[in-house]
Design a protein around this ligand. Structure first.
Ligand SMILES: Nc1ncnc2c1ncn2[C@@H]1O[C@H](COP(=O)(O)OP(=O)(O)O)[C@@H](O)[C@H]1O
Ligand SMILES: [Mg+2]
Length: 275
């Protein structure tokens, strides 16, 4: 039997190298500014011995694909976290529909980058993917710090964002649009969505693409995702229009499900939050 008092006994390490669907955890390759808000949640694996294992695709999209990843220390079942990796498309396959209306007022690193983006060259499309990833990571961090229910933003590396996976096991939580709530659940979800709208507005923001497809429902909790196009309502010339559209998109869904709510009324109260 092994004696735990023996000063010469050493822990056993796995000498494994990452397999074909694995890489070393990218945590140590990121700078502090590329990591999520402190304190880091205790479920997050930050060990330098961890591997990232690709578990599959959650959803492919026009501008980004969301993959499922396990970050775990080989041989240590107690240290494992399931993450969502949102990867913006680089030069090879990008197809950005998000229009410049969101970007007014956002600055680019240098004129070479802005010219490349304007020309739509391969290099320019890569820059655009990085800009969207950065914008989304920043927005997630800000929302998280405001207490808005978003997936915890773990880190950003180039065009890849790692965040908390919202779901059970490997099963992603359904989008609000896919749920069939009872009247009581519907009312509960609506109160949470109102809370999200108000929290953004009180901080001066609109989500900019809020809809029942960008709200996940997990264990009765509504979580908002897909934030790269967040806008400052007052400084962005399209801010008011986008805020109103957010209200309409969510209210329409709740009205169709039988709830009595009015988009214009909600919009009015949000304007009150802004000033
Ligand atoms: N953190 C997450 N946890 C679980 N599922 C997620 C997460 N982020 C995204 N998804 C899934 O991936 C889909 C696409 O993500 P989203 O950020 O909305 O990108 P897109 O720009 O393609 O709409 C979502 O509708 C949701 O089903
Ligand atoms: Mg989306």
């Amino acid at each position: 039997m092994q004696s735990f008092d023996n000063p010469f006994s050493v822990p056993t390490f796995s000498l494994a190298e990452p397999g074909p669907d694995q890489r070393w955890s990218t945590w140590f390759a990121t700078m502090p500014t590329q990591r999520g808000p402190r304190p880091f949640p205790d479920w997050l694996v930050t060990s330098s011995a961890a591997f990232d294992t690709e578990l599959g695709i959650v959803k492919t999209g026009k501008e980004a694909d969301v993959h499922l990843i396990e970050r775990a220390v080989p041989g240590d079942a107690t240290r494992s976290s399931i993450l969502a990796a949102k990867r913006y498309r680089g030069p090879e396959t990008s197809d950005f529909h998000r229009s410049s209306q969101y970007q007014e007022g956002r600055r680019m690193r240098n004129t070479r980058d802005s010219r490349a983006v304007a020309r739509g060259s391969a290099y320019g499309r890569g820059v655009t993917a990085g800009l969207w990833a950065n914008a989304e990571f920043e927005a997630l961090c800000r929302a998280f710090e405001l207490g808005i229910p978003v997936p915890y933003p773990v880190q950003i590396s180039g065009t890849e964002i790692l965040m908390e996976f919202i779901g059970s096991g490997m099963q992603a939580a359904p989008r609000l649009a896919q749920t069939r709530p009872t009247p009581a659940e519907l009312d509960g979800y609506w109160q949470q969505v109102l809370g999200i709208l108000h929290a953004f507005a009180l901080a001066g923001f609109a989500h900019g693409d809020l809809s029942p497809y960008n709200l996940l429902v997990h264990e009765g909790r509504v979580v908002v995702i897909d934030l790269p196009q967040i806008v400052e309502v007052v400084s962005n010339p399209n801010g008011m229009t986008l805020l109103q559209r957010d209200c309409t998109n969510v209210c329409d869904w709740f009205v169709r499900r039988g709830l009595d709510c009015d988009a214009d009324e909600v919009f009015g109260t949000l304007i009150g939050d802004l000033f």
